[in-house]
Design a protein around this ligand. Structure first.
Ligand code: SF4
Length: 675
């Protein structure tokens, strides 16, 4: 039953003015007005999510208990005449880190939520039995999901649509697989058959609420302040995106390998061109950089202790990258309002694991399950990726967990008996497939590994902690900070530790971050390797990068839209949609506010900077003896101290200044942290 709460129905410009709240314990659904002031301070997306969760989750709440809230948040620009604005943010308290959790997902659910008349759907409590939420415009109901509980996530989307009588795919569905139901801590939420809100364990939270799926159909309009201005911005930006398309014809396996070798051997670090990145995305998707990254030292290898050029050389890496993967592609796939279409739908006809239709694996997936575990068997990687998609797992964490288990087996910490007879080892894809199935089903050792590497290592003991590569409980992504220390800085300082999609030197270079802030240090096109690795003087741009990305994640913009050559008119879009006339400084202040609130969420939970430190291997300890990172160690502490100071936080404790919180209008954070 749907009811309404709050002041008179309001609809802003660019946003819908309401959020849906679902109490799963009581089966109650209501639409609640959101005051305009909240939109002006936090936008929508995970800004709105941060505000709602900070106010309504009690400190100390069990992430897998009724007190946690799961939010599906659409972006401020989603559904407006803008480009790259279909990303969805899923927010909650993370069962992996115990702090702030969020996961970003492409596809088409985000605009559907807005067209159904709300900016976000928040779900609290725990349902007495399995249910799914069906939202059809103004109507919403919780429906029995007993018959689909246990089904895989991809199949669930189909079954939910069938039950709703939707043969045209109008309902946009997000679902958990068995991993989410069984509270695997790195479970994600599947949408569109393979787009994923993967990180932070959001799928485990959904499963803990006995919520199998969310299905939304909406056809309402999203009003904007100045549609003509938005369309004009889109026209100019779209035109710029079409330039230099010929570069795509120059791309091939050889070019990508050469780019990797050049990056590895060069005495200087070159800023990577957004234009080239866009052509790679359009031709291959993110998987296009797999061989290049293994060769350059971007991809961690052999659970972070190997070197790509020796342990997983180009001859092997090219088997799981660019042209080799493209051979299986049936068609390209784009998220809502995206002109790049980096996704793909694949078909594997032959071999032991035929797949009629499966999503193209991302770079992160191929590196985590391939390079990190030394697997160069592409059909096996398709199978592992498909298992993650259907079972409902974050592929980054899945790869990290498998690499951890392999190293434990190699060192005799996990015996064949512990592993249920599996002959686990580097590159042994069949055993990895079986182990992944055991994790999804929480069978045998899979039940221990389903807790993620940090908790699994503590349970296993016998020195296993030494091989559990994570930051703050979350497995590290596939970008080695020894090549780009900015990633390491983000892994340790972002409110979602181990996050690769907020800030790094590479993102600053690809975005040309100085185009978004006059206070940014000019991005150098070329610099010495030593200069790039130096911990000093890097925090200013990293902090600006973080602030800009808070806006990106609160407007539904895709990170790739920000980094593919021409400047995405982010501030201009926000103003044209809302009519607020914010200057650059005010926009960045919103970003600073959101970052502070997410950070304060963690501090309120008692999480200290020390707890978010990444595994020593990410910092180059012990130093590698060969490869591009030979002897490289990082002083991430120095960088982190500088970064915290940029935000006005105490360099050691991370505590924000009371005065700055007050200036930002974050009274809720002041009360929580200072009493
Ligand atoms: S670039 Fe890729 S991930 Fe981003 S919106 Fe387009 S299709 Fe989706």
């Amino acid at each position: 039953m749907l009811s309404y709460r709050g002041a008179e129905e309001s609809m802003g410009k660019g946003y819908m003015g309401r959020a849906m709240w679902v109490d799963l314990s009581k089966g109650a659904i209501l639409r609640e007005s959101v005051p305009d002031e909240i939109y002006r301070k936090f936008l929508t997306g995970y800004g709105l999510g941060a505000k709602m969760l900070f106010d309504r989750i009690q400190p100390g709440a069990d992430p897998l208990g009724p007190g946690n809230i799961l939010g599906f948040c659409s972006g401020l620009l989603t559904g407006t005449p803008s480009l790259f604005t279909g990303r969805l943010e899923v927010v909650c308290k993370s069962p992996l880190t115990g702090g702030w959790g969020d996961a970003n997902c492409g596809g088409h659910l985000s605009p559907a939520i807005k067209r159904a008349g709300v900016d976000a759907i928040f779900l609290a409590g725990v349902s007495p039995g399995p249910v799914y939420l069906a939202v059809d415009g103004e109507h919403a109901s919780l429906r029995d999901a007993s018959a689909i509980w246990g089904k895989d996530a991809v199949e669930t989307e189909r079954l939910v649509r069938r039950e709703l009588g939707d043969s045209r795919g109008d309902f946009k569905v997000a679902a958990v697989g068995p991993a989410g139901e069984k509270l695997v801590r790195f479970a994600g939420i599947c949408h569109d058959g393979g787009r994923y809100a993967a990180r932070s364990g959001v799928g485990a939270v959904m499963g803990s609420k006995r919520l199998k799926a969310v299905a939304v159909r909406g056809s309402g309009a999203v009003e904007v302040h100045d549609g003509q201005a938005m369309r004009s911005l889109t026209r100019d930006f779209g035109k710029a995106l079409k330039q230099a398309g010929f570069v795509r014809n120059l791309l091939g396996s050889r070019t990508m390998q050469w780019a990797g070798t050049a990056t590895r051997m060069s005495p200087v670090a070159m800023a990577q061109a957004g234009l080239l990145w866009r052509q790679i995305l359009q031709k291959y998707g993110t998987m296009g950089v797999t061989a290049m990254s293994a060769e350059s030292g971007d991809s961690p290898v052999k659970n972070w202790k190997g070197a790509g050029c020796f342990d997983f050389p180009s001859s092997r890496a090219s088997r799981i990258a660019d042209e080799a993967v493209l051979r299986f592609q049936k068609r390209r796939y784009a998220c809502h309002s995206c002109p790049v279409a980096c996704g793909g739908i694949m078909e594997v006809k032959e071999g032991p694991w035929p797949l009629a239709e499966t999503h193209k694996p991302e770079y992160e997936t191929l590196a985590a399950l391939g390079t990190l575990c030394l697997v160069d068997d592409l059909p096996a990687l398709f199978k592992l990726n498909d298992l993650c998609n259907r079972g409902g797992l974050d592929t980054i964490s899945a790869g990290g967990v498998l690499a951890f288990a392999i190293e434990c087996a190699e060192r005799g910490i996990l015996t064949k008996r512990d592993l249920g007879g599996l002959d686990l080892g580097w590159g042994k894809a069949e055993a990895m497939i079986r182990l992944l199935e055991m994790i999804i089903g929480r069978q045998g050792i899979g039940d221990v590994l389903a807790e993620g590497v940090a908790r699994a290592a503590a349970r296993i003991g016998r020195g296993a902690e030494e091989f559990a590569v994570h930051a703050g409980g979350q497995e590290l992504p596939m970008h080695d900070p020894r090549l780009d220390p900015g990633y390491g800085l983000a892994y340790e300082t972002e409110p979602t530790p181990g996050r690769h999609t907020i800030a790094s030197f590479t993102w600053q270079e690809l975005m040309l971050i100085d185009r978004y802030s006059k206070d940014a240090v000019k991005v150098k096109p070329v610099q010495s390797r030593g200069g790039r690795l130096s911990p000093f003087g890097k925090a200013r741009n990293q902090a600006i990068n973080s602030k800009v990305m808070q806006l990106v994640n609160s407007t539904g913009v895709c990170l790739f839209g920000m980094s593919c050559g021409p400047r995405l008119p982010l501030y201009e879009y926000i103003n044209a949609a809302t009519g607020w006339a914010l200057d650059e400084e005010r926009c960045l202040e919103i970003g600073e506010r959101i970052q502070n609130l997410r950070h304060a969420f963690n501090l309120r939970e008692g999480i200290t900077p020390r707890q978010a430190r990444m595994h020593p291997r990410g910092r180059g300890l012990p130093p590698l003896e060969r490869g591009p990172h030979r002897g490289v160690t990082l002083d991430t502490d120095a960088m982190a101290r500088e970064y915290r100071s940029e935000f006005g936080w105490d360099a050691d404790t991370g505590m924000p200044s009371k005065r700055r919180l007050e200036e930002l209008g974050l009274g809720e954070a002041v009360r929580a942290l200072f009493g």
